[in-house]
Design a protein around this ligand. Structure first.
Ligand SMILES: Cc1ncc(COP(=O)(O)O)c(C=O)c1O
Length: 386
């Protein structure tokens, strides 16, 4: 099946009289009449569900769907993207190791490493993952490599294909946060990643109406991830799983529109007053252009950033003039939204740390929605015309 068809059907096996759309099953517990049957289901030897923290039919459909789309054997759906990241790290590195991570990590991921994992004995080495020589030099001694397909907010692209082969040669597991690209645009497991996680809050859910996470990978790693999730109680609720699967059904069409609108806005922004720089992986001037063309041949999704002359005051001026675009500290929804990394995703960093990453007081991140490209471009044009 082609990607578009798999997106519509993945995770479900319909038989005669199956509901075409999945039923919602909020049950916390299932009844049994036979102790041996319960035992077999609890051991995982027979299909079925017994307690909602361990498994649930709606969660199982979502897990299977994302695993199928990513080309993975299995998946675990969690209460948020952060929970997915946490169980993935603990599944791949159950004992403290050095985590070799991209220095442009999502702020929440950085905070998890610094505030929860480092005190527990993990060490972190944050490097510029677009520098492959640096990756090759730094991998010795690492127990886990962590990268994001497209970095936040400056939309750089580490060459995940090369990083996967370096990690594989060294026997180091590679975890990829594929939230920005989604399996429609890029499938890290196909190029050798060990596991992939998503904040399903973003594009997979797609409608800004749920918080969820999914991690997928080989069956063994997912058994370990599920065990962590069950023990820590980070399971996704049935309703949010149901909603996320409903959102995922349109992921293919949405990602294509997000991608078209994203590059259209990126090109238009280059010519708007006060815009010093536009960051989009498929703009010719992007340092990641060559990697993006190879790894994202069908588009780069809806994320971009730009630097506005005049810093915070200019950003506030633009915000107050927007007529359709909204300020919101998330991404991946239908609506075009902007966020301001200095006080949103990167607020935990010091000004010096932000400056080192290239995030300044004029940096604006845009999650380009699926409205008509002309309307999106027109709203930025009028908001930036002073
Ligand atoms: C790239 C990326 N990874 C992970 C997360 C965390 O996801 P959640 O907010 O669903 O916990 C986010 C949230 O913004 C994100 O942007």
């Amino acid at each position: 099946m082609k990607e578009a068809s798999r997106t519509v059907h993945a995770g479900r096996e319909l038989v005669a009289r199956s509901p075409l759309a999945p039923d919602l099953s909020p049950a916390a517990v299932h009844v049994y009449t036979d102790l041996e049957d319960y035992d077999a289901v609890a051991r995982g030897d027979r299909p079925g569900h017994y307690y909602g923290r361990n498994s649930n039919s709606n969660r199982a459909m979502l897990e299977q769907a994302v695993a199928e789309l990513e080309g993975a054997e299995a998946g675990v759906a969690t209460a948020s993207g952060m929970a997915a990241l946490h169980v993935a790290i603990l599944a791949l590195a159950p004992r403290p190791v050095t985590i070799l991570a991209t220095r442009e990590l999502y702020g929440g991921t950085l905070a998890l490493i610094r505030q929860d994992l480092e005190p527990a004995g993990y060490e972190a080495n944050f490097i510029d993952m677009t520098d492959l020589e640096m990756v090759r030099r730094s991998i010795a001694g690492a127990g886990l490599v962590l990268v994001e397909t497209i970095t936040n907010p400056l939309c750089r692209m580490p060459d995940v294909e090369v990083i996967a082969s370096v990690a594989r040669d060294r026997g180091v597991p590679l975890l990829v946060d594929n939230t920005f690209a989604t399996p429609i645009l890029f499938r890290p497991i196909e190029v050798g990643a060990t596991a992939v996680m998503h904040s399903a809050t973003k594009y997979i859910g797609g409608h800004s109406d749920l918080v969820a996470g999914v991690v997928v990978g080989d069956a063994g790693t997912m058994v370990a991830a599920r065990a962590r999730s069950v023990r820590t109680g980070s399971n996704l609720s049935p309703f949010d799983a149901w909603l996320a699967l409903r959102g995922l059904r349109t992921l293919d069409v949405r990602m294509r529109r997000h991608s078209d609108n994203g590059i259209a806005l990126a090109r238009a922004l280059r010519k708007m007053p006060g815009v010093a720089r536009v960051h989009h992986p498929l703009l010719e001037e992007s340092p990641s252009y060559e990697v993006a063309k190879r790894l994202l041949p069908e588009g780069a999704g809806g994320m971009l950033a730009f630097d506005l002359d005049g810093g915070r005051e200019a950003v506030q001026g633009m915000l107050s003039r927007f007529e359709m675009v909204r300020f919101a500290a998330s991404l991946g929804g239908l609506e075009t939204t902007v966020s301001y990394p200095e006080i949103t995703s990167h607020r935990a960093l010091t000004p010096d740390e932000r400056a080192e990453l290239g995030v300044g007081p004029g940096t604006v991140r845009v999650s380009v929605g699926i409205e008509a490209a002309e309307d999106i471009v027109a709203d930025f044009a009028q908001a930036l015309a002073s």
